[in-house]
Write a protein that binds this ligand. Structure first.
Ligand code: HEM
Length: 413
């Protein structure tokens, strides 16, 4: 069933895939009052003031990203784009979440990367089975069946547990990461008071694990698709490089406020997320029977919103397959129906890391385009075959070349 209208009044809080294994209390799967309490604790750790503080960490990793590109470009290598943006995204996430600099930019086969990638490729048959036959869910839970590969959730949990245990009282004071934020409000009480007392140990570990992979794969994949679409649309890339050069002359230091005010950059990112929204669908469950436009939806029914299909619907987007950032320009974007564009979801359960993700993505893109241009090469797959499972992503890794820009403010031929 495809509903192009939405009402938040009746569709509440359902994100639960049911077979969550040990991640049953992570913010994206918790329900009702539990979800509200946990979300209230997680949200402030990604408030704008804190993201500004984390910007320095992002700067550090974006500089390392640029350094790592140098020899590859000098050797005219064909570059697997996920191998540069994946580690950048993971390094930013682990540094901001628990102050661990993995340096995976220099070690892309780091187990963090391999496990995080596996977490999102969950089994579609199993997902459909548990949706169609919820009666089997208790049995599957009993058998330890989980949508998320157990080896990967166990890996993350063990690492996070170790980091948390090693954080001594004395080191705590100097830490400003997300883990420390949770620890400052920690409780082990299980009582009504908990509402005001923070998260317990298990909940903290679940949030940290979930944040890592909620943030890693989505942001890395968006950067990969940005590189791909820009390589295929050099005119757009040139216009973006002109805006970058104008905002930060002579490859100047990228500053937070100016970065966030760049209009064309914003349009390019928005348009890329229209064509390639990492979450192809979002879902909600009805809390009560509801009738919308003549369709009755019974209580407890899961309704899927087909984000990918909405983003490419020709009734909503002229030339939907074309990459046209101007759809999102200041003059045009008020014409867009907000329910037709849902890369970060909508309503109270929308993406908690949206602002953080956009800063991390924009910074990396600007830094790369200050020095390099993306180029399609023989190894670039056109058109792309998409992966049938998990998040929206290419079936085979996207390969491109990068070319050094000769004069910073030039318009290359
Ligand atoms: C381009 C990057 C990203 C995209 C496209 C994206 C997209 C989404 C979408 C579509 C949802 C579901 C929203 C809904 O059902 O209405 C979601 C939820 C969520 N995202 Fe993101 N996300 C991104 C990055 C991040 C980052 C960096 C973090 C963490 C720092 C994050 C944390 C979360 C969390 C915790 C939820 C669950 C919220 C809840 O259920 O209350 N995301 N995201």
């Amino acid at each position: 069933m495809c509903l192009k209208t939405s009402t938040n009044k009746h569709f509440l809080f359902h994100k639960n895939f049911r077979l969550n294994g040990d991640l049953y209390d992570a913010v994206n799967v918790a329900e009702d009052d539990e979800w509200r309490r946990i979300r209230n604790h997680v949200t402030p750790s990604f408030a704008s003031g804190r993201i500004k503080e984390m910007f320095n960490i992002m700067q550090h990793h974006s500089n390392k990203l640029i350094l790592s590109l140098q020899s590859k470009v000098d050797n005219n290598e064909v570059i697997t784009i996920k191998d540069i943006f994946g580690p950048y995204s993971m390094d930013v996430m682990t540094s901001c979440v628990f102050s661990v600099d993995l340096d995976s930019i220099n070690d892309p086969s780091n187990p963090f990367i391999t496990h995080a990638t596996k977490l999102f490729r969950f089994s579609v048959p199993l997902f459909l089975f548990q949706g169609c036959f919820p009666v089997f869910i208790p049995l599957l839970n009993l058998l330890g069946v989980s949508l998320f590969p157990k080896s990967s959730t166990t890996f993350f949990r063990a690492v996070v547990e170790k980091i948390r245990a090693e954080r001594s009282e004395s080191s705590r004071k100097s830490m400003t990461d997300v883990l420390q934020y949770f620890l400052n409000y920690q409780t082990n009480k299980v009582s009504k008071e908990r509402e005001t007392w923070g998260l317990n140990d298990h909940e903290i570990l679940s949030q940290l694990t979930m944040l890592l992979f909620a943030g890693y794969e989505t942001s890395a994949t968006t950067l990969v698709f940005l590189a791909y679409t820009l390589a295929r649309n050099p005119e757009v890339m040139k216009q973006l490089q002109q805006e970058i050069d104008l905002t930060f002359p002579n490859k100047g230091l990228v500053q937070y406020d100016s970065l966030m005010q760049m209009e064309y950059l914003s349009s390019v990112v928005d348009e890329c997320l229209r064509l390639y929204p990492p979450a192809a669908r979002i879902e909600r469950m009805t809390k009560e029977t509801v009738r919308i436009k003549g369709i009755t939806i019974p209580k407890n029914m899961i309704v899927q919103v087909p984000v990918y299909a909405l983003h490419r619907d020709p009734d909503l987007w002229p030339d939907p397959e074309e990459f046209k950032p101007d759809r999102f320009s200041k003059e045009n974007k008020h014409n867009i129906n907000p329910y037709a564009y849902l890369p970060f979801g909508m309503g109270p359960r929308n993406c908690l890391g949206k602002r953080f993700a956009l800063v991390m993505i924009k910074l990396a893109l600007v830094k790369v385009l200050q020095t390099y241009s993306f180029l399609v090469c023989e190894e670039t797959e056109i058109p792309l075959k998409m992966h049938p499972e998990g998040l929206v992503g290419p079936l085979k890794p996207i390969k491109l070349k990068l070319k050094k820009r000769t004069v910073v403010s030039d318009v290359e031929n």
